[in-house]
Design a protein around this ligand. Structure first.
Ligand SMILES: O=c1ccn([C@H]2C[C@H](O)[C@@H](COP(=O)(O)OP(=O)(O)OP(=O)(O)O)O2)c(=O)[nH]1
Length: 154
């Protein structure tokens, strides 16, 4: 069962009131980058290819069609007994852009990333709300202890 937006907001903390939605909380766009070298997925390890961060122009990212990595501004913490997912804000999708998500594991804490697919040029203001984070109840044995634990926390 998906939890309420208020429950998700309490798990994340430190949000503006307009970020709290009925079924989740909105995440903002903290940074945009483009991958510039190949990554590698091996049977036992992985390597994320280098990226170049895009500078916003007067606070606005003007993006041509392509694939980008979006960094979210909020510290996400997935409580035990739950799993998280990110959906695009529907206005982003209605503008021919999409955010893709992997699984946000129970116990993960950090500022995560998503794959931003731009199918028609778009302007995104820095710190604008672009995504919605939701939590669902989920059974699990362990909690997250992978290499991205505590990423981009101050
Ligand atoms: O769209 C997503 C989905 C997940 N995460 C975060 C939360 C998740 O718990 C963590 C690790 O994801 P995953 O377990 O899929 O990473 P991995 O590629 O298997 O690496 P590792 O084994 O080091 O965890 O990344 C994101 O930032 N963006």
């Amino acid at each position: 069962m998906y939890k309420s937006g208020r429950f998700v907001a309490e798990a994340l903390g430190d949000l503006r009131p307009e970020q709290v939605q009925p079924n989740g909380v909105d995440l903002t766009l903290a940074a945009v980058s483009e991958q510039v070298e190949p990554g590698r997925i091996e049977r036992g390890d992985k390597h994320v290819g280098d990226r170049t961060e895009i500078d916003p122009d007067d606070g606005v990212y003007r993006l041509e069609p392509g694939a980008y990595v979006a960094e979210y501004g909020e510290r996400v913490a997935v409580p035990e007994g739950h799993v998280g997912f990110v959906y695009p804000r529907s206005s982003l999708m209605r503008n021919s852009c999409m955010l893709h998500t992997a699984v946000w594991d129970a116990g993960y804490e950090g500022r995560g990333e998503g794959l931003l697919e731009v199918h028609h040029e778009i302007e995104l203001e820095a710190d604008a709300r672009i995504a919605q984070f939701v939590l669902a109840e989920a059974a699990h044995e362990e909690t997250y202890e992978g290499s991205y634990q505590h990423e981009k926390l101050d």
